[in-house]
Write a protein that binds this ligand. Structure first.
Ligand code: ADP
Length: 468
């Protein structure tokens, strides 16, 4: 089933809540009003009956109201209070007296009324023709020893009409209130959601090609402004990621075509005329090196593409970072001494981490390789490992050419490399550091770089310690 729109749902919820509150208020008021009117009627009946009892006398079994006919108050009271009354003989149930305005009511009622009186329920409702009455019922013991059952009634038309009117006004108020509330909440929900619609429209218009556009901020700092700001941050991240991807795809053909063209050119030149065997050998040896370089490049590209797709699982084991670093430094000693760079390691105590051995080795080798590559003869490279409690640190410091400040934020981007003329014609593909960063992130670590052109660089990997 199709979900209702947010505006409709908001309107419905608001209207229902409002209707609920109105029903509670009207229902509550109705009950209070009914109780008060009831109570008034009962009080009036109690007073009338108490008053009448003073005037009621029995002579030879006949009830009579004796009062001073000259006293208009007394006369009025007795006459108005005996409009609706009847008296039965409690023993026989026979009607003894009845007012003119009352048809006989409940002739068989006496035993029940007696019971009701015994349980303290002295009030009852009855209808006489079109008139609705409330009665006060009382058992009277006359001085002659007989018992009589007295019923005095008052009309409850006023109370019923008042309640009916109140109910009518209540229902009308409910309907009117509901209509107004629905219209108001529809309007309010529309107003509140208007910025969301504008956001939706603006977000729809932002495509892959114009990720530099941003959603408008209204400057209110409310939830919607924060939502727009979050979207804008997301667009910025997307733009950066897509920019990197574009650069990545644009660089691949270049990275592959250039060496292939060079290889082909050299081969063509060689084939133009016969050469001595040692020259063919030299060419093939240099081609072998180039094939190796290309294979490494393609492997890295594949690794990065798989890493991007989240295809590479990490097989973590407990590793001594100090031991691994010492081993890798040993492996590279010949490369360093060939370049007349002194390579040393400072890693005395074991430093335990949980990591994927092969990937960590790749990262450390890349950093050491860069440090040696970008350090001129006579320079120094130092790898140090340190246990700092919650994190383990590997720092690779060199006294090489350093990295200019404006290049620092970019060196971890794919295919980023500096002008080869500055670094002595070193021709990397600019993929190493982005792979290193990916490896470190896979181990929940961070990599930082500090560098001063002409003085040297320092790369620091911070890895979380193995939980004990
Ligand atoms: P490359 O294969 O070109 O070395 P990297 O991703 O490993 O690619 O490095 C990117 C760039 O960072 C390099 O081109 C180089 O300019 C700079 N760089 C990396 N390590 C160092 C270092 N130890 N000293 C100076 N520059 C460095």
């Amino acid at each position: 089933m199709k979900q209702l729109g947010l505006r409709t749902r908001l309107t419905l919820v608001f209207s229902l809540v409002f209707a609920g509150i109105l029903v509670l208020i009207i229902g509550g008021s109705y009950r209070i009003l009914k109780f008060r009117l009831d109570e008034n009627l009962r009080q009036e009946l109690r007073e009338r009956v108490a008053g009448l009892r003073g005037y009621l006398h029995f002579q030879d079994g006949k009830p009579q109201f004796e009062y001073d006919a000259d006293d208009p108050d007394e006369a009025f009271f007795v006459e108005s209070s005996t409009h609706y009354y009847q008296i039965f003989d409690a023993a026989t149930g026979g009607l003894v007296d009845q007012s003119h305005d009352l048809d006989l009511l409940d002739p068989d009622i006496i035993p029940e009324k007696k019971q009701a009186l015994a349980s303290g329920n002295v009030f009852s409702d009855a209808e006489s023709g079109t008139i609705r009455l409330r009665f006060y019922n009382e058992l009277i013991h006359a001085p002659d020893g007989k018992s009589y059952f007295l019923q005095v009634g008052v009309r409850r038309d006023f109370m019923d009409a008042t309640l009916k009117q109140f109910l009518f006004i209540g229902v009308f108020a409910l309907l009117a209130g509901l209509t107004v509330a629905s219209i108001a909440s529809w309007w309010m929900a529309g107003r509140a959601l208007q910025p969301v619609n504008l956001l939706t429209q603006a977000a729809k218009e932002i495509g892959i090609s114009d990720l530099d556009r941003r959603l408008p901020l209204r400057g209110t700092g409310d939830e919607l402004d924060r939502l727009s700001a979050t979207f804008n941050e997301m667009f910025a991240r997307l733009a950066k990621a897509i920019g990197e991807m574009k650069q990545f795809t644009a660089s691949i053909p270049h990275e592959l075509r250039t060496p292939l063209t060079a290889l082909r050119g050299e081969t063509e030149v060689m084939l133009l005329e016969p050469h001595p065997v040692h020259e063919y050998k030299r060419l093939l040896a240099s081609h072998l090196e180039e094939y190796d370089r290309l294979t490494r490049l393609i492997n890295r590209l594949l690794t990065l593409a798989r890493a991007e797709a989240g295809d590479i699982p990490m097989h973590t084991i407990s590793i001594d970072l100090a031991q691994l670093t010492r081993y890798l430094v040993e492996q590279l000693e010949t490369v360093a001494s060939a370049k007349e760079v002194s390579l040393s390691v400072e890693a005395k105590e074991p430093v335990k981490i949980t990591a994927d051995h092969d990937w960590l080795e790749t990262a450390i080798l890349d950093l050491l390789d860069n440090a040696i590559k970008y350090t001129p003869a006579g320079g120094r490279v130092l790898a140090s490992v340190e246990n700092r409690g919650t994190e383990q640190i590997l720092e690779i410091r060199d006294t090489g050419i350093g990295i200019p400040e404006d290049a620092l934020p970019h060196i971890f981007e794919r295919f980023y490399r500096e002008d080869p003329s500055r670094n002595g014609g070193n021709e990397g593909a600019g993929l190493g550091l982005s792979l290193v960063r990916w490896i470190v992130e896979q181990h929940h670590g961070r990599i930082e770089v500090k560098s001063e052109p002409g003085k040297g660089s320092s790369f620091t990997i911070r890895l979380p310690s193995t939980p004990s």
